[in-house]
Design a protein around this ligand. Structure first.
Ligand SMILES: CC[C@H](C(=O)O)C(=O)SCCNC(=O)CCNC(=O)[C@H](O)C(C)(C)COP(=O)(O)OP(=O)(O)OC[C@H]1O[C@@H](n2cnc3c(N)ncnc32)[C@H](O)[C@@H]1OP(=O)(O)O
Length: 316
């Protein structure tokens, strides 16, 4: 079922119930969110406000690069080093395209999101932001990024934000659209929005509350507090601290090694794991249980299950 949105552009209204009947934005086009067979799914096309695309296209620069490996691991690189990997308008559009490519990648198991040249991402490109600083365009840009980042989070892949250097503003929000956050010992995540006279708008506040709770979210947003690896681990924002790049192993290698422990095995099983966790995270209990049964049905008696039974696998 595709949830249709009203054509009136007004305040964002997210229903408290995050299930089949209720995920509605009173914004300008159809939602990209789709619920099929009571499983949380993302649709393959973002149907965000069309005219904002034109405006975003007018701010080129940088790129969003995607590499898909035979191992089932992909790497997205936020690539705009001259501006500390800030998101130009064209990069916002490219991110949506890359997410779409991953939605249709049936062999995928995991994805790492990293920044180019030793830093993560400094948020929106302030030059583009200045040119669309009226509330209507700001909300449309946010809607576009919210939809894309929701689709990123809902990929049937285990996702990791690899934070080397700085993740600021929208860059901090991007980290919350991944399942895990790894940080180098010299990394910083900072929701600088308050210092810009703003609040997060790419869905980062909503996701942050789920990750670290409302008390910690208030501290991070109202205090624009710098999160270093130690504090990040303490509040549950950071899952693992990596060494700052030196010598033989670079940060991406470390990130890949960390992720590989979770994507060992057949893709059907890994993707099923992500789906049941997603349902548990987003759906009310009854619907999550139904979704879990449905996903279970896709692996029960499947090749990996039969092989484990035949091998009389022991879990010592
Ligand atoms: C909802 C999301 C939210 C929004 O859209 O409303 C946002 O994300 S707002 C943006 C939040 N981010 C910022 O405000 C970052 C501002 N920049 C900085 O604080 C610093 O530049 C920093 C800490 C990222 C890097 O400092 P450092 O001393 O290491 O380097 P420089 O300052 O010399 O930066 C190098 C070069 O990059 C340009 N730059 C950095 N960030 C941005 C950005 N977000 N947009 C555009 N350009 C950016 C900076 O201006 C320098 O360019 P140069 O031509 O050399 O002056």
């Amino acid at each position: 079922m595709v949830v249709t949105r009203r054509r009136t552009f007004s305040a964002l209204l997210i229903c408290a119930r995050f299930g089949q009947k209720c995920l509605s934005w009173t914004t300008s086009s159809r939602s990209a969110v789709r619920f099929e067979s009571r499983n949380v799914r993302s649709s393959h096309t973002s149907l965000s406000a069309g005219d904002i695309r034109e405006k975003l296209r007018a701010f080129p620069g940088g790129s969003i690069d995607l590499k898909k490996r035979e191992s089932g691991m992909a790497v997205i690189t936020i690539n705009n080093p001259a501006r500390m990997n800030a998101f130009s308008g064209s990069m916002m559009l490219e991110l949506e395209e890359r997410v779409h490519e991953l939605e249709t990648w049936s062999e995928g198991k995991g994805v790492i999101v990293q920044g180019a040249a030793g830093t993560f991402c400094s948020g929106s490109d302030l030059n583009a932001v200045r040119a669309i600083s009226n509330p209507q365009d700001g909300m449309k840009m946010c809607e576009f990024m919210q939809t894309t980042l929701t689709r990123l989070l809902r990929l049937p892949l285990i996702s990791v934000a690899l934070v080397e250097g700085k993740a600021l503003g929208g860059g901090a929000e991007l980290t919350t659209a991944c399942d895990f956050r790894l940080m180098t010992s010299c990394g910083v995540i900072q929701f600088v929005h308050k210092q810009m006279g703003l609040v997060p708008g790419w869905g980062g506040a909503s996701r942050l509350v789920h990750i670290v709770g409302s008390q910690n979210s208030l501290k991070l947003l109202a205090g624009a507090k710098k999160v270093d690896p130690e504090f990040g681990k303490q509040i549950g924002l950071v899952d693992e601290v990596l060494h700052c790049t030196s010598g033989e192993r670079n940060t991406l290698d470390q990130g890949e090694q960390w992720l590989s422990q979770f994507i060992k095995g057949p893709e059907a099983v890994i993707r099923a794991v992500k789906r049941v966790v997603l349902s548990g995270r987003e759906l009310p209990l009854e619907e999550a249980l139904t979704a879990e049964r449905n996903v279970f049905g896709t692996v029960w008696g499947g090749p990996a299950n039969l092989e484990a039974l035949a091998l009389k696998t022991k879990h010592k």
